[in-house]
Write a protein that binds this ligand. Structure first.
Ligand SMILES: CC(=O)N[C@H]1[C@@H](OP(=O)(O)OP(=O)(O)OC[C@H]2O[C@@H](n3ccc(=O)[nH]c3=O)[C@H](O)[C@@H]2O)O[C@H](CO)[C@@H](O)[C@@H]1O
Ligand SMILES: C=C(OP(=O)(O)O)C(=O)O
Length: 420
């Protein structure tokens, strides 16, 4: 199994190219199920989750062609030959649940494994299922599978989500594209990745309005067609490398980074004493003074993203004064805390809040990654720490970050991947 060996204490200087967004790319690949024509996606990140989605689409009979031979452009297309999403793939990656809506809309049936919980929370899919039932689907849960049918097709309806769930919004949005009549999704999630999906769906012939708002209106169409779409830059990858520049006291240009997608993160960085500027085609992040403690609460977009919480925990571990981080989205997203504490951080967790008392310096230690963003928080701690950090279970990181060691080393970090 791969591990990272990091020797801390080097400020990062240089440029990092931000890749396509994992959380947009996965859904855009699923959108390919809505037509048999080719959907060509560019700016695809070369990460393990995309490979898993490719396996899932192949299981449904859909071809995923690597157009340039380097994984950056994928053409998705073909006839659906199986409507089953099996446990071995869905349990690897929760975003697999998103095939449910499109399969139902297109084939009028689907059998999708229940994803189950994961390291950060139980993550039920009740809102996905209830919404699809509102559109006319019959759903039975049997032997760990969701068996869904819509023999007469789906019918547009008004759906009020009790919480602005990203996944439920996307599943219902894609299902509604081919439903008869108008669907309204009230309290829809407003994450930029949903806007990217809507843009692509409209290019494929869908009729969706309300982009970026809490109300999406979808007028169902008979059929959709092929299209070309460039995946938006990954705002979480960008925010993560912004934290790397900040924690090391460096100066980095994040190529493709967009301040407008990262409002709450940029405000938090600035409050903590980090300079952030939008330059042409890049976001520049640098820190010359001390880091200051701040309070953060995770919220649905445009609030502070839960996917940046672990990285800020590492950053605030070395800030002057105390900070408080409150996690409101997932009930178990503090798995990185004991690992950061092993590196000398002073953090106490009380329910959904963590109090962080900044220390002068962290010290390198062997640590273990528990989930995707937690993994990067330990890399950040390692980049700032005195001595050597050995991070194991790097496979969590490879799910969602491309070429981490290359991008960081190009800016002067001492980090290498070993396989032993
Ligand atoms: C692949 C992808 O895009 N993943 C992102 C997506 O996950 P995901 O789409 O799973 O996140 P949701 O917004 O759906 O989940 C938010 C909260 O709602 C709960 N919930 C959700 C659906 C449901 O039917 N019932 C229910 O109770 C979840 O357990 C969680 O506590 O949005 C999250 C919140 O921004 C991000 O952290 C993930 O990186
Ligand atoms: C939680 C995340 O992803 P997923 O929903 O795929 O688990 C994430 O990207 O931080």
């Amino acid at each position: 199994m791969d591990r990272f060996i990091i020797r801390g204490g080097r400020p990062l200087h240089g440029e990092i190219v931000i890749g396509g967004a994992k959380n947009a790319g996965l859904k855009l690949m699923v959108a390919g199920l809505l037509t048999s024509e080719r959907l060509v996606l560019s700016n695809v990140p070369r990460i393990a989750d995309i490979a898993t989605m490719r396996d899932l689409l192949c299981q449904h009979g859909i071809a995923v062609e690597d157009v340039r031979g380097d994984g950056s452009t994928l053409a998705v297309g073909g006839e659906i030959t199986s409507t089953e999403a099996p446990y071995d793939i869905v349990s690897k990656m929760r975003a697999s649940i998103l095939v449910l809506g499109p399969l139902l809309a297109r084939c009028r049936e689907a059998r999708v494994s229940l994803p189950g919980g994961c390291a950060i929370g139980t993550r039920p899919v009740d809102m996905h299922l209830k919404g699809l039932e509102t559109l006319g689907a019959e759903i039975r849960l049997e032997n760990g599978y969701i068996n869904a049918r819509a023999p007469d097709g789906l019918k547009g309806e008004r759906i009020v989500l009790p919480f602005a769930s990203v996944g439920a919004t996307e599943n219902l949005l894609m299902a509604a594209c081919l439903a008869k009549g108008r669907t309204e999704i009230i309290n829809a999630a407003r994450e930029p990745e949903i806007g990217d999906l809507v843009e692509c769906l409209n290019r494929m012939g869908a009729r969706i309005s309300g982009i970026g708002t809490g109300t999406l209106i979808i007028d169902g169409v008979e059929a959709m067609h092929g299209a070309e779409h460039a995946i938006m830059p990954d705002r979480i990858e960008c925010g993560t490398y912004a934290c790397a520049a900040a924690i090391t006291g460096g100066d980095v240009r994040l190529i493709g980074g967009r301040v407008d997608h990262l409002g709450a993160v940029v405000r938090a960085l600035e409050e903590a004493g980090v300079e952030v500027a939008q330059e042409e085609g890049a976001m520049r992040v640098r820190r010359t003074g001390a880091l200051r403690g701040i309070d953060i609460m995770t919220e649905p977009y445009p609030g502070f993203p839960t996917d940046m919480q672990a990285q800020f925990m590492a950053l605030l571990s070395v800030a002057e004064g105390a900070s408080m981080i409150t996690e409101t989205i997932f009930e178990n997203r503090f798995m990185h805390v004991p690992e950061l504490v092993r590196m000398g951080a002073r953090i106490n967790v009380h329910g959904s809040s963590a109090i962080i008392r900044g220390v002068h310096a962290l010290s390198g230690a062997p640590v273990m990654a528990t989930d995707l963003r937690a993994s990067f928080s330990l890399i950040l701690a390692g980049l700032a720490a005195r001595g050597e950090t050995i991070l194991s279970r790097v496979y969590h990181l490879d799910r969602g970050y491309e070429a981490v060691e290359r991008k960081l080393a190009a800016c002067g970090a001492d980090i290498r991947r070993v396989n032993d």
